[in-house]
Each structure stands twice: as C-alpha cells, then as structure tokens.
Design a protein around this ligand. Sequence first.
Ligand code: DP6
Length: 352
Amino acid sequence: MNNLNVEKSVTWQCPSNLAIVKYWGKYGKQLPQNASISMTLKEAKTITTLSWESKKNNDQNIALSFLFDGEKNKAFESKLTKFLTSIAIDYFPFLMNYELTIISKNTFPHSSGIASSASSMGALALCLCTMEKNILRNNVSDVEFIQKASHIARLGSGSASRSVIGHWAMWGLHPNFSEANNEYAVDLTPSVHPIFNSLKNDILIVSAEKKSVSSTAGHQLMENNPYAMARYAQANQRIVQLYSALQTGDVESFGMIAEAEALTLHALMMCSEPSYMLMEPASLAIIKKIRSFRADTKLPVYFSLDAGPNIHLLYPENISLQVQTLIDQDLLSQCQNFQVIRDGIGVGPSIL
Ligand code: DP6
C-alpha cells in the first residue's frame, strides 16, 4: 500500500465450512468434546485486510479500529479487541506495539442467516500469522503456518480451525487418527475419493433471522445434557464411518451420516434445558421433499443443517441438472425470498 501512514498490510480471503460430523460441546480453552470433519466451501467467504503502523505511545493495550463493509463497527471492534488481548501475550506479543486496522466483508448477504464466525476468524487468524511472518521475518514452513493459523482461528471460534484448510478437514483427537488433535485441524483431502472433491452444497435460505441461540450458548447446553456422553461416543464412531465413506467414494453412506448428524444436532438442542427448536416448518417440508425425491429417483441428494433452519443440499456434481429442477420446482417456494446460495467444495483460503 502506498499510504504513508501504513507500514504494512495483508489481505486474506477465507471460506466458511460445513461440518458433516458436528462439533457440539466444548471444554477448557475451546477444546472439542469430539472430533469433527467438514467440507470447506467455495463461495461463502470473508475477506479481511489487516493493516498496522507503529504506535506513537508505549502502552501495552491492543489498539484496534474495525470496519465491517466499509463502516466502523463498534460492537465487533470491542469483541475483537477482547479476543486479540486474550491471545496477544501468548501468541503475538508484538501486536501491542502497533495500531491495527481490520477491514472485513463477507461475500454472502448479511441477511442470509449464514454464520460467519468460521470464515471471519479463519481470515483474521491468517492475517495475524502473515503479519507475524513479516515482522519477525521468521522462516516458518507452510505446514507450520497453517497449523498456527488453525490454532488461532480455533481460539476465536472452534469451527474456524477447519476453515483454513481446503476441501476436507478434521479437528479433534480421535484414537484412529494419530495426526488429529484438539489444538488445530488437519487436512484429510489426500485420502478422500475424487467424487467428493467436486461435491455441491447449495444453501436453501429458510430464514435469514438471527439465530435464537449463539453457538457458545449452544455448546454450554451440552454440559447438562443427559445424552452428552453417548453423543460424544457416537460422533467418534461416525468419524470412522464417514472417513471410510470418504475414502471409498461411498456417496450413499456419506449422505446418510450427513443427515443423521444434522438431525442429531437439532435433537440435542431440542432436548437441552432450556430447549431450542431451530428448524422452521419450511425446513421440515424441504427435508421431506429431498427424501421423497431421493426415493423416487434413486439420485444421491442429501441434506445437512448447521445450528439454524437453513438446509444445505449435498450432491455430486454430475447430477446438478436434476437437482436444479428439484430446487426450482419443489424447494424454492419454501425459501425466504426464494433465496438459494449455490456453493460447493472449495480449495481453501488465499492471500490477495
Ligand atoms: C453446529 O464453532 O460456531 O456449526 O467454538 O463457540 O465459536 P464456538 O462455536 P462454533 O460451533 C459450530 C457448531 C456447528 C457444528 C460445526 O461446525 O462443527
């Protein structure tokens, strides 16, 4: 940048992700109660620019100015200041020496109900790691760089740990995976069958309203959920089944696990205290239509959900035309303002 006030600046774009085996329940410093596996998206991204200039005073505080969509956003600014303060001493002590500006925007509409914590924390973590590389001039390898970015992203939002990795990522300890761990996500892609590397993921927007339970509050509900232990064991079993389906290209088993996981997540919310019902009548109507379309046509179309009412439609690229007809004829009428975000698996973040 040729701005005299700015010494350095970096921009990363980072996509969101959809967990197929879900992370729901955490402990300690953002550590997951079970392992999760996700696909990284392509279109739903956050683009973040971090700029820094030397501070004029010697105070030891985080000095941050935050703009979202070109406008100053005080609420996010104070959240991010808290976050940066919490990680600076341990991970980026140099941050205190600079005045920081973060400018962020999402490629998906504000009012789409799509959570942006994974993509935004991923993009921010990548910017911080690049800033560190520029300032310390250290020779970290690409692998170490991504590990640290994933670790930092995780401290911001658990699911963000997986967003810094393209295609297929796994986060959380699991006895069958020696590389997998609770600190950062690892790349599963080399073991995944090619059919899954062009998977589609269309997001049917049932409601763009803000979620009635935050993820953090949702994770907390698991602490008193009587099914919690059984759930964590089940998730770890499903990791084994999912990994096998991913390796062999078994789309049907993949789809069955994706649906079972989405419904389990919602069932856990329904039977928590207090109880949350995040599906809408239209979510159920869409689910039923997907299942009957599948029964009638034998085509491999499946659904997943995050902690909200919107439906992710998962299918291999080679049946895109048939799925398009399904969406147009049967599903679009259930979507708020006929909103569908056409997405699919993506290669992961990139520096701009
Ligand atoms: C349902 O990662 O948003 O999307 O760690 O509190 O920020 P925090 O939670 P978050 O939880 C994601 C929950 C989920 C499942 C998943 O992505 O694995």
